[in-house]
Design a protein around this ligand. Structure first.
Ligand code: AMP
Ligand code: ZN
Length: 112
C-alpha cells in the first residue's frame, strides 16, 4: 500500500535487515531493538491492524516462522515474547500488521 513503511520494506524501496522471507511473510530486525533479539514478522499482504485479519491462516504461517526464528536465535528454550500492538491504546505506530518477537533477556511484566 502506498505510503506504508512496511510495504516499502517488502517492495525493497527502503532497506530492511531481513531475517526470513517467503511468498507470504517477511521478517526483519527492528530498527530500534528493545531486547537482544527483536524481530518483526509481517504478512506481505497489507493488513492495517489485528482487527483487519480476515483469513486466520496467515497467523498460522506467522506462528511457524516465529517458532523457526526463535530456534535459530537460540531463545526458544529460555523463552521469549510475541506481541501484536493494535491501534492507539495498544501502542501501534506502524499500521501494517506485525508481530514483535522479543527475547534474549528476561522481560518485565506487565507492560507499561
Ligand atoms: P509498533 O509500535 O507495534 O507499531 O511497532 C513498530 C516498530 O517498527 C517499532 O518497534 C519500530 O522500532 C519499528 N520500525 C520503525 N521503522 C522501522 C524500519 N525502517 N525498520 C525496522 N523497524 C522499524
Ligand atoms: Zn503495508
Amino acid at each position: 500500500m502506498e505510503g506504508c513503511l512496511f510495504c516499502k520494506i517488502i517492495n525493497k524501496e527502503i532497506p530492511g535487515d531481513i531475517v526470513y522471507e517467503d511468498d507470504d511473510i517477511l521478517a526483519f530486525n527492528d530498527i530500534d531493538p528493545k531486547a537482544p533479539v527483536h524481530v518483526l514478522i509481517i504478512p506481505k499482504q497489507h493488513i492495517p491492524t489485528f482487527n483487519d485479519i480476515d483469513d486466520p491462516a496467515i497467523i498460522g504461517k506467522i506462528t511457524r516462522i516465529i517458532q523457526k526464528i526463535a530456534k535459530e536465535k537460540n531463545i526458544d528454550k529460555g523463552g521469549y515474547r510475541v506481541v501484536a500492538n493494535c491501534n492507539k491504546n495498544g501502542g501501534q505506530a506502524v499500521y501494517h500488521l506485525h508481530y514483535h518477537l522479543l527475547g534474549g533477556r528476561e522481560l518485565g511484566w506487565p507492560p507499561g
